[in-house]
Each structure stands twice: as structure tokens, then as C-alpha cells.
Design a protein around this ligand. Structure first.
Ligand code: GAP
Length: 512
């Protein structure tokens, strides 16, 4: 089975094993809203904690805060979200389906690029060219699809930069972009749609004040910049991190937990001297890439994608994309936000947002480099990266069976260790429960005594548990247990007195 076909299986697996459920399912669900079950919540918490430790504990100049979801409405005026946090929306008149016009065009451009690469590889195989040959590169840039891609990309970039909805619509017509589900070209005009959820503060309709559910956690950091700086006495450069819920009324919310209406972000704003943003931007881009790899994400499934259209606040922006089963898509963004946010808050609130530098006795509004990752997208990344189906030998000679395994990095696996007595007699359950309750003090442990050992292994593989311990009759004699490794399925005998050390060495990405 290829990687693309695996996505529906991952979604079904998440429901069956208690990772993720559709929200309010007994009422037929709520579009693009999901609940985390017992294993999903643990996986998500482990990722959140790993990020928190990486950003705050391991950086002495970064502190973490937890600001409120509801903020003064002028915050969103200052940040530009009221005026500019829009998506271009287009409907197909035949299918009645709604799409984001920019995504339709980007998907089309992506396909053109893929076609041009395939065409080049076909030609190269015939002509015996290698990618470093000039002829290869000339063909790659000069073939029909590559040329078309270049022309359309230039028009797309210009239309997006000028916020020109008419030009975007013309581009859809000119390129002959069709409804991905029905093939129809019968489109409406494009309209702008603000993504913020509105709510009200106060009980009386006449006096109630319009509020918004925050669409990003970043603004809670900006408005607290001086509170944190003065109370912590940190000096620029320093960072403020936070993890929390954000809300966006997404137009097209498909692809499971990839694009949700309620989701969690892990954001860090790094406050720096103006002029140093290029250096810090590269530093954080690289640091964030390395964090994903340190937790077992395959490097070839990650790539950098610089933004073609910069957001209203940025002077540079690059996404870290992961190869999901539905293509390379944004997992995290690193943005150089200049002094846009702090300056705007100073302007709209009338309060000074400048930082006083005690070393050179100057006052200035710091520039900011932001790292912004979606926690739910990180969960989805780990699920897609870990999910495997493979034929494995069974106890019967010459036979094999299919096992589904989630090869999570041990640090993020929801359950770390499963403990089994081989049989439910001979004093084995007593030893097993004793070992389980000792290990439980430090790790998330599960205990099982039902079914054959083979079946118990399969159940733990499906949950992504890295280690299973089996207690058998020999344990009485040698005080050793069998530890089975999830990915290699290799087994080794470990003394019960050595179990703590064994797991200390094997369950963390940061050994020693
Ligand atoms: N403060 C900057 C900011 O919010 P963004 O690129 O709009 O930037 C950052 O969002 C990250 O938040 C994305 O890379 C993605 O991982 C996550 N994210 C954004 N919208 C999301 C949605 N609707 N569902 C799930 N995650 C989302």
C-alpha cells in the first residue's frame, strides 16, 4: 500500500484505539472539531511537554506564560486581524462546494511542478542525463509545464500581494482550474471572509461588547511583553513562549485534524535588536527543524518552504512542511515579524512599548522572530510518520500475519511499557503487578493478562508502546524478565533489578 492510501486507515485507527474521535459524534459530529481520547490526549501532552522543555527549560533566556483566550477587542484592531485576517472564498455553482481560491491555485501549481519533474526524469532516463547535467537543468526549467508554472506563479504572487480578488478569479479561469471533486468550472466570484469567531461579553444585549476568540496565541505574548520583561529582568535578546487554544472559522476544514476550527498552538516570540533579525530567523528555523528530527520525524519527510506572499506583519517567513499523505503541507511557521506588533499596540493603546537597554542606555521597540507550530498538526505528523503495516512471522513455522504498528519515538509514545504475566497462575501475576506498580512511579505503564502473548503484543504495537515486559516461570529462577522491543520485535532478558536503568537509557531522546 502506498503512503497516500494510508490516510483513511490512520483516521480509522485513531478512532478504534482511542486516539481521536469526531466531536459530539452521537449528534453526527461537528465539522472540523475533534476530541482526543485516552491515548491521543497522552500523545498530545507528551508533545506539548517536549516542546515546553525544549523552548523554556533548555533556553535560559526564554520564559513561558499562559495568557487568556479572551482579549480586549482593540488587540485585534492593532494586530490587523480585524482588517486583514481573511481568506479568499470561492463556490462552485454546480457542486455547491466551497473552496479557498488560493489553495485551489496552489494545488494546481504544485501539480504542474510535479508533472514537469516527471517529464524531465523520463527524458533524462532516455538521454542518460544526471541532475547535475546542464541539459537536465535546461529541460527542467524549459519544458511546457515548467514554463506554464512560471507564468501562473508570477500572476498568482502579484494578485495575492495586491489582494486583487478579480485577478485571482481570472487566473482560475485562465488556468482552467476545476472543482477537485466534480471537474466543474462553473465558479462564483471570489469574496473575502474573516476567520475570527465572534462572541459577546456581558449579559444585556444592549450593553454587550463584541469580543473575538483569539485566532493566534501570539498577541497574548505581545501585550504582556513589558510585564514579563520588567518582572523577569530579562535582557534583549529573550523569548516568551506559550501553548494554548486558538480558534479560526476555517472555510475549508478537511483532512482530519490538519485544519480545525479549534486547535492548539505552540508559539514563541523572540525579542531582538533591530537589524539582527536575519541571524535569529536562520537560527530559529534550524533549531525548530532539529526539534522535529530529534523526536524521530524522518528528515526526508520535512522541507523548508519560504512564503510567496508575506503576511501583513512579516519581512521574512518560511514554513517547515511535513510530507502528509495528502502532500507536503505546513507544520510550523517561522516569521520575522519586525516591530509591527509592538508598534501597533503602542499606537492603538497609547502605552509605551519600548525596551530600555541598560548596556548602551538606549530605548527601542524590539524586533521579533516568531516560531509558531500547531500542536494538533504535530500530533498528526507523528501519527503519519509512525503508522506502518507489515507482514511478520507467526509462532507457526512458515506463516505470517499483518501487524499494524505505531513506531512513535519513545519520548512521545502515550504508553511507555506494557507488563504481562505469561500465564494467570504460578505466582506470575503477583510478580508482574509488583513490577508494574514500581515502574508506574516514573512511566506510563499498562498491565494485561488476557489473551495469548502474541495478541497482547499486537494490541500494544497498535498503541505504539515501545516496550513489553513478560514475566514467565524462569523469572522465579533467574529474577530476569523478557523485554520485547516494538520496532525490531527483538527480545532480551533483563534482570528485574536493572529495569529502572534499562528504561532510563531507552525512553528519552536526551540521554545522559
Ligand atoms: N502567530 C502566527 C500564526 O498563527 P499561522 O501560520 O497562521 O501563524 C501557525 O499558524 C501554525 O498553527 C501553523 O503552522 C499550523 O501548524 C497551526 N494552524 C494554523 N491554523 C490551523 C488550523 N486551522 N488547524 C490546525 N492547526 C492550525
Amino acid at each position: 500500500m502506498n503512503y497516500t492510501e494510508i490516510f483513511p486507515k490512520i483516521i480509522a485507527h485513531c478512532k478504534e484505539h482511542g486516539f481521536i474521535f469526531p466531536s459530539s459524534e452521537i449528534y453526527d459530529g461537528l465539522s472540523a472539531v475533534y476530541d482526543y481520547g485516552q491515548l491521543g490526549a497522552a500523545l498530545k501532552r507528551n508533545l506539548r511537554e517536549s516542546w515546553w522543555k525544549e523552548m523554556t527549560q533548555l533556553h535560559e533566556n526564554i520564559v513561558g506564560i499562559d495568557s487568556a483566550i479572551l482579549m480586549h477587542p482593540l488587540v485585534w484592531k492593532a494586530s490587523g486581524h480585524i482588517d486583514a485576517f481573511n481568506d479568499p472564498l470561492i463556490d462552485n455553482k454546480d457542486s455547491k462546494k466551497r473552496y479557498r481560491a488560493d489553495q485551489l491555485i496552489e494545488d494546481f501549481l504544485d501539480k504542474l511542478l510535479q508533472k514537469s519533474i516527471k517529464e524531465t526524469e523520463k527524458k533524462a532516463a532516455k538521454e542518460n542525463w544526471s541532475p547535475s547535467d546542464e541539459a537536465y537543468q535546461r529541460f527542467l526549467k524549459g519544458n511546457r509545464d515548467a514554463q506554464k508554472h512560471q507564468v501562473l506563479l508570477a500572476k498568482y504572487t502579484e494578485a495575492m500581494q495586491q489582494n486583487n480578488m478579480e485577478a485571482l478569479k481570472n487566473l482560475i479561469d485562465e488556468a482552467g482550474i476545476t472543482d477537485p471533486e466534480t471537474g466543474s468550472k462553473n465558479w462564483t466570484d471570489i469574496r473575502q471572509f474573516n476567520l475570527m469567531f465572534k462572541t459577546q461579553l456581558g449579559s444585556m444585549a444592549e450593553t454587550a461588547q463584541d469580543l473575538y476568540l483569539r485566532p493566534e496565541t501570539a498577541q497574548g505574548i505581545f501585550v504582556n511583553f513589558l510585564n514579563v520583561q520588567k518582572s523577569s529582568r530579562l535582557k534583549v535578546p529573550f523569548g516568551i513562549a506559550q501553548v494554548g487554544k486558538s480558534f479560526r472559522n476555517e472555510i475549508v476544514a478537511r483532512q482530519f485534524i490538519f485544519r480545525m476550527r479549534e486547535f492548539e498552538q505552540m508559539e514563541m516570540q523572540f525579542f531582538i535588536k533591530p537589524g539582527t533579525q536575519h541571524t535569529w530567523f536562520n537560527y530559529w528555523l534550524n533549531a525548530r527543524f532539529q526539534w522535529h528530527i530529534s523526536l524521530g520525524i524522518e528528515p526526508q519527510k520535512l522541507r523548508f518552504k519560504p512564503h510567496e506572499k508575506l503576511a501583513h506583519y512579516a519581512d521574512a517567513a518560511t514554513d517547515i512542511e511535513f510530507m502528509f499523505p495528502f502532500g507536503f503541507k505546513e507544520l510550523e511557521g517561522v516569521h520575522s515579524r519586525t516591530d509591527f506588533d509592538l508598534s501597533r499596540h503602542q499606537e492603538i493603546s497609547g502605552k509605551k512599548m519600548a525596551y530600555f537597554d541598560p548596556d548602551d542606555q538606549t530605548s527601542f521597540i524590539p524586533y521579533v522572530v516568531e516560531t509558531s507550530a500547531g500542536l494538533d498538526r504535530t500530533v498528526l505528523t507523528h501519527l503519519c510518520n509512525a503508522y506502518r503495516e507489515e507482514e511478520v512471522p507467526t509462532a507457526e513455522a512458515g506463516e505470517s500475519a499483518l501487524r499494524t504498528v505505531l513506531s512513535f519515538h519513545p519520548e512521545v509514545a502515550p504508553v511507555k511499557i506494557a507488563v504481562f504475566p505469561l500465564v494467570k497462575k504460578d505466582g506470575l501475576p503477583e510478580i508482574a503487578t509488583q513490577i508494574a506498580s514500581e515502574l508506574r512511579k516514573n512511566y506510563s505503564v499498562t498491565y494485561e493478562e488476557k489473551d495469548t502473548i502474541g495478541r497482547r503484543y499486537r494490541r500494544q504495537d497498535a498503541k505504539g508502546t515501545p516496550f513489553c515486559i513478560t514475566i514467565d516461570n524462569q523469572t522465579h529462577e533467574d529474577q530476569k524478565v523478557t523485554v520485547r522491543h516494538r520496532d525490531s520485535m527483538l527480545q532480551e532478558r533483563v534482570a528485574t533489578t536493572q529495569l529502572e536503568t534499562f528504561f532510563k537509557n531507552n525512553l528519552s531522546s536526551r540521554k545522559g
